[in-house]
Design a protein around this ligand. Structure first.
Ligand SMILES: NC(=O)c1ccc[n+]([C@@H]2O[C@H](COP(=O)([O-])OP(=O)(O)OC[C@H]3O[C@@H](n4cnc5c(N)ncnc54)[C@H](OP(=O)(O)O)[C@@H]3O)[C@@H](O)[C@H]2O)c1
Length: 286
């Protein structure tokens, strides 16, 4: 196996951190990126990786990180990019304001594309490269109160489908990794985000009150970052990566089952899961 230059965004925690450590252990030259300097230094101390400070929402930060990566790779550029940085903004869609919705898209969608645009020209010049986008099963199916977050992952799915064909012509593979619930800092960040969205007198007060319990329930079913890392390692090392990796196995099974159900039936199950009693819609015309 040849040694590859690999950038992992969001390497200060969770899936990205575990992936950076695992890929470095198998001999790749890994560059871990994130905003938290202390966490980057901790990662560097623990594993044989280079680190760069990177905020994917900030074009200047991306430019500075790319210059640093150019120095680290002695002008070679990156062989593989793992677009993993992201967070979840839960909440009733009608209570999420423009600023919060834009911020969610700025990180999960525009951030991913900003990094992709920055690395692709060198890959095209070399006639090879690999882009691995960390999506979610929420990019295949939508969960109530995760509409904002899920829609960013739907966007990534669609963009990755386009990129796969557009860049495939230049020897660049594009793969999607679609995790189900995984035990990371994701749930804690989501709970902080939901507390910012919550409004006084909301008709969804009962659901907000259950946010902690729902997060705990999701955590109970959650897999480990290592489950996702296995898929990422395959996407990096396989001669031909799969187009989509749904992980862990339970999520893949759950997704298949949910997609088989009639939409109205799935709606009713999900409403009950989040604690919403479904009312009969009133007749709008006499
Ligand atoms: N955990 C799950 O249940 C789950 C399920 C499906 C999909 N995913 C996806 O998996 C990916 C990783 O999430 P995780 O579960 O590992 O969550 P996590 O433990 O919260 O880690 C998120 C990482 O993203 C980084 N990040 C966030 N905003 C950033 C920004 N503006 N610029 C650069 N880095 C940023 C964070 O680093 P800094 O704060 O240091 O910047 C952190 O390293 C995300 O794309 C998430 O949507 C997670």
């Amino acid at each position: 196996m040849s040694k590859l230059f690999i950038l992992v965004t969001g390497a200060t925690a969770g899936i990205g951190r575990a992936a950076a450590i695992a890929l470095a252990r198998e001999g790749h030259h890994v560059i871990g990126a994130g905003r938290r300097i202390d966490a980057l230094e901790q990662l560097r101390a623990e594993a044989n990786v280079d680190v760069v400070r990177l905020d994917v929402t900030d074009p200047q930060s991306v430019e500075a990180a790319m210059a640093e990566i150019d120095r680290i790779t002695a002008g070679h550029g990156l062989d593989v990019v793992i677009n993993n940085a992201g967070y979840g903004l839960p909440g009733p869609l009608t209570e999420i304001g423009d600023a919060e919705l834009r911020a969610q898209y700025e990180t999960n969608v525009f951030g991913l594309m900003r990094i992709t645009r920055a690395v692709v020209p060198a890959m095209i010049r070399r006639g090879r490269g690999r882009i691995i986008n960390v999506s979610s099963i929420g990019g295949r199916i939508t969960f109530p109160f995760f509409g904002a977050y899920n829609s960013t992952k739907y966007a990534i799915e669609s963009m990755s489908d386009a990129l796969r064909v557009e860049l495939g012509a230049f020897g660049i593979d594009v793969a999607l990794v679609e995790p189900g619930p995984i035990k990371t800092e994701f749930a804690a960040v989501s709970l902080t985000e939901v507390s910012r969205v919550q409004r006084e007198g909301s008709p969804f007060a009962a659901v907000y009150a259950r946010a902690d319990a729902l997060a705990a329930e999701s955590d109970r079913m959650a897999g480990k970052p290592e489950d996702v890392v296995r898929a990422i390692r395959h996407a990096v090392n396989a001669r031909r990566p799969r187009v989509r990796y749904v992980v862990p196995r339970a999520a893949s099974f759950g997704l298949a089952l949910m997609r088989l159900l009639p939409t109205r039936m799935l709606d009713a199950i999900l409403a009950r899961f989040v604690g919403l009693a479904r009312r009969r819609p009133a007749q709008l015309t006499a």
